[in-house]
Each structure stands twice: as structure tokens, then as C-alpha cells.
Design a protein around this ligand. Structure first.
Ligand code: AMP
Ligand code: MG
Length: 311
């Protein structure tokens, strides 16, 4: 199941699907131009076909094959944040299968920072469609073991590249004319973007889902997650803390702290791993509190709200 990058490239060239490490989370990769490979990704994850995939490239020039037109501001953002945790949604070329883009006329593109990910793309020789390597709506994987737990028997191999340095999915940005719009908060904090950007107010545009990552339930552990701390803590509860522990913390059966000194970057790195850990402890409930709304706090809060099930 665990394979080298050369073996991964060989499998990808043969139309197979493999999990690869990136700096955000592990991705389940296949040839973005091969509808059969892309269909295998959807099937393995049990992901609905309307939820489009992000296409990963190794060099900026590869965007030409995918994208019909690049708005000026998209280019500026790519220059500033690529390689890195930023995904740009741009008008697609006909060559990109509709299956890859969930039937949309746009394609989401990202150049990952993790060297192994770019090496695999280069060895394969084509861009890789790669959503997170987890079952649809479940917790995203930040280690090869997480991938194995959820997808072990369903995919052709896993490349173990160690832990993910960012730990949270990419920021997804689309454009209305030249105005960048954040479809999903992520690894690049809004404050870092420095452009006039706005959050997509609603996932719907003319009745259609503009960015399915805005679905209300996503990233969920199996154990129910609550985002308010009650005065009476129910028995066998777990706490996903951030910074200073609450006064009643001794009541929890298990506590993990995203960042003892309240650092949201450290919290992003720990988020999914700690949720996986708490989820495996057979707790009756997991409690967590939202982070201050700054920097990566916004992206972490987005994941916690969706993990709870009602954003
Ligand atoms: P994941 O691969 O699980 O990180 O999810 C990728 C997310 O990127 C999707 O759920 C969408 O929210 C977003 N996305 C991908 N392609 C597009 C697109 N063409 N238009 C809008 N959003 C997109
Ligand atoms: Mg995902």
C-alpha cells in the first residue's frame, strides 16, 4: 500500500489513483485529463459528482493547458502565493473534463509547496486532480496513516511524505471580473492577500452551488461535535482546547490542546490530527471552542462549524 514516488507516477500513468502528501492535507490524485481516473477518485471517496476537484500543477506554465484566460489579479495572487496553499478558480479549457470540474465551466488550480507533491506531478507528466484523501464529508487526512484508515482498501497506493506543514485545506479564490472572492477560507489568511477581497456571502449563485466546499456539513468526525461549553459537562466528553483551559476542564475524560500558547498556525497544523485522535477515543461528545477571528482562525472556525454540521 505504501509506495515510492516512482511507483506512484507509474500507477498514475496507468490511470490509477494514489494518495499523495501536500503541505495542506493528503490528496487523492489521478490524471486530471483522464475521466476514468477522475471517476475512480469520486468512487473511492463516495464524493458526489457535483463537488469539483482541485487540479495540481508543478510549474506555472502548466496552467496554459488547463485555463482559457487568467485575470490580472489571478496572476498577481499566483506570483505571490504559489507554490502554496492557494487555489484559483479560473475559466477552464475544453480539454479539462467536466467530471473534474463538477460540470462547472471553471477549473480550480493550485501549485502545492510540498516538494514531493511537485515531484510526483513532474514524474507523471500531467496535472493531478486531487481532493482530500478522505471519505466524503469526513475528517481530512494530515498523515499517511489517516489516509490508510479511511481509504486503505479503496485506492492503488499511498505515498508517505510525513506530516502536512500547513494542516488545513487551501484558500479557494474565484473572480468576478477582476475582484477576488474567497469561496473557502484556508491556509492563506485573508489578511495576507492584501487585495480587496470578499467572502462569498452565499454558496448559491442563480440557484447553483458556486463552490461546493461551502456545503454545510463537511470535515466531520464520527463523534458528535459541540461548539458551546455547557456548565454541566456530560460524562465521557472530550475537549479540543485552544490556549488556556476552561475552569471546568477537569470534568473532561480527554483533552487535547490545539495550541497551548494560542497560536493559530500551530492550531491549523494540529486540527485534523487531534480531531482524528479524539474521534478514536470512543467519547460520547467532543467539545471545542471557536478561535479568535484573525489569521488562520477564520479557516479553522470554518472547519469546526462544518464539522459540527450546521455552519
Ligand atoms: P477538497 O478537494 O476536498 O479540498 O475540495 C475542493 C473544493 O474546492 C470544492 O469542494 C470546492 O469548494 C472548491 N472548488 C473546486 N473547483 C471549483 C470550481 N470550479 N468552482 C468553485 N469552487 C471550486
Ligand atoms: Mg475535502
Amino acid at each position: 500500500m505504501y509506495i515510492s514516488i516512482n511507483k506512484a507516477a507509474e500507477i498514475l500513468k496507468g490511470g490509477g489513483i494514489v494518495a499523495i502528501p501536500t503541505e495542506t492535507v493528503y490528496g487523492l490524485a489521478g490524471n486530471a485529463f483522464d475521466e476514468t481516473a477522475v471517476a475512480k477518485i469520486f468512487a473511492a471517496k463516495e464524493r458526489p459528482f457535483f463537488d469539483p476537484l482541485i487540479v495540481h500543477i508543478a510549474e506555472f506554465g502548466e496552467i496554459e493547458e488547463l485555463v482559457a484566460e487568467i485575470p490580472k489579479n489571478a496572476k498577481i495572487l499566483a506570483e505571490k502565493f504559489w507554490p502554496g496553499p492557494l487555489t484559483l478558480v479560473l475559466p477552464k479549457k475544453d480539454k479539462v473534463p467536466n467530471l473534474t470540474t463538477g460540470g462547472l465551466s471553471t477549473v480550480a488550480v493550485r501549485m502545492p509547496k510540498k516538494q514531493i507533491a511537485r515531484d510526483i506531478i513532474k514524474l507523471a507528466g500531467f496535472p493531478l486532480a486531487a481532493p482530500s484523501a478522505n471519505m466524503f464529508q469526513h475528517l481530512s487526512p494530515t498523515s499517511a496513516e489517516h489516509v490508510f484508515e479511511q481509504l486503505g482498501g479503496r485506492i492503488d497506493g499511498i505515498v508517505d511524505g510525513g506530516a502536512c506543514e500547513v494542516g488545513i485545506e487551501s484558500t479557494v479564490i474565484g473572480f468576478e471580473n477582476e475582484t477576488p472572492i474567497i469561496y473557502r477560507p484556508g491556509g492563506v489568511a485573508m489578511e495576507m492577500i492584501g487585495h480587496p477581497v470578499s467572502f462569498a456571502a452565499t454558496p448559491l449563485k442563480e440557484g447553483n452551488l458556486i463552490s461546493p466546499g461551502l456545503l454545510e456539513k463537511h470535515y466531520s468526525p464520527n463523534t458528535p461535535l459541540c461548539l458551546e461549553l455547557p456548565n454541566e459537562i456530560p460524562p465521557n466528553s472530550g475537549l479540543l482546547a485552544f490556549g488556556k483551559l476552561p475552569e471546568n476542564s477537569s470534568r473532561f475524560a480527554k483533552i487535547l490542546n490545539l495550541s497551548e500558547n494560542g497560536n493559530p498556525i500551530e492550531a491549523a497544523v494540529n486540527l485534523y490530527g487531534m480531531l482524528h485522535k479524539l474521534d478514536s477515543c470512543k467519547l460520547s461528545k467532543i467539545f471545542a471552542t471557536l478561535l479568535p477571528k484573525a489569521g488562520l482562525g477564520n479557516a479553522i472556525n470554518d472547519r469546526l462549524l462544518k464539522a459540527r454540521g450546521t455552519a
